[in-house]
Design a protein around this ligand. Sequence first.
Ligand code: DAK
Length: 257
Amino acid sequence: MAESLVLAEREGAVAVVLLNRPEQLNALSDELMEELVARLRELDRDEEVRAIVLGGNERAFAAGADIGELAQASAIELYYQRRVERWNAIRGLWTPLVAAVSGYCLGGGCELAMSCDLIVASESAQFGQPETGLGIIPGAGGTQRLTRAVGKALAMDMILSGRRLSAHEALAAGLVARVVAKEAWLDEAKRVAGDIAEKGPVATRLAKESVDRAYETGLAAGLEAERRALYLSFASEDAKEGLTAFAEKRKPDFKGR
Ligand code: DAK
């Protein structure tokens, strides 16, 4: 039987999902994306899973979409494969998603990492959007998310010239949240996910949604969304538990209700 293109395991409330096409530097083939989205959706529906780590291997998070497949496909075939729906499905997950990036994080790989809620990068990570070198443009949010993350100057540089950012450059530019030593890339991402998993799940969901608003709408609409999310969080049992636990000097026992 062919080995799975996506490996998943549970460590308590944290699920770890690893792309598994090492010979092709985790190039995001149609089949891999299909498997990835199915697996992520499954984990997202599991209320016991409170954070997900998405990673590759030490050499590559992912070197982009599968170039061989792109070379074969017509525009209409790509359109009918509903690739965009898959990317939207990843953005639509409720469970916080931490990208664990080591090595190459290029093209669709960079877009996949940016589709996560935050990125933990190894010192070895390299971020780039080299699509124009292939005669195409970033097509899974690269021109939009990268520009929002790092600003126009750097985004133009990366997308037009093919410049790659090192992990430290990506940190300085605001693309990644943390940079860690080479050997710690996965452990640190798991630790961050573990921290997230300990928080109130309702609040975590609402907070994630609110931060996304900051990214997607203007200030007034974002503040309005935040206010509504705040009141909703107060209506949760988790809020009662969290506020009471603080007063009682104990660890909260959140139920996600
Ligand atoms: N696709 C397929 N195979 C790839 C690949 C890729 N993106 N990247 C690497 N590989 C394969 C190589 O062909 C090689 O296979 P063999 O020759 O061993 O069979 C193996 O992985 C190892 O790669 P290299 O020998 O090249 O390794 P190096 O260390 O020398 O170089 C590299 C590593 C990452 C610099 C190099 O492999 C490289 O430049 N890779 C391509 C990077 C790239 O251009 N990425 C962007 C791809 S385009 C869409 C949404 C999104 C997209 C498209 C459509 N829709 C919604 C419709 C996204 C497009 C892209 O990402």
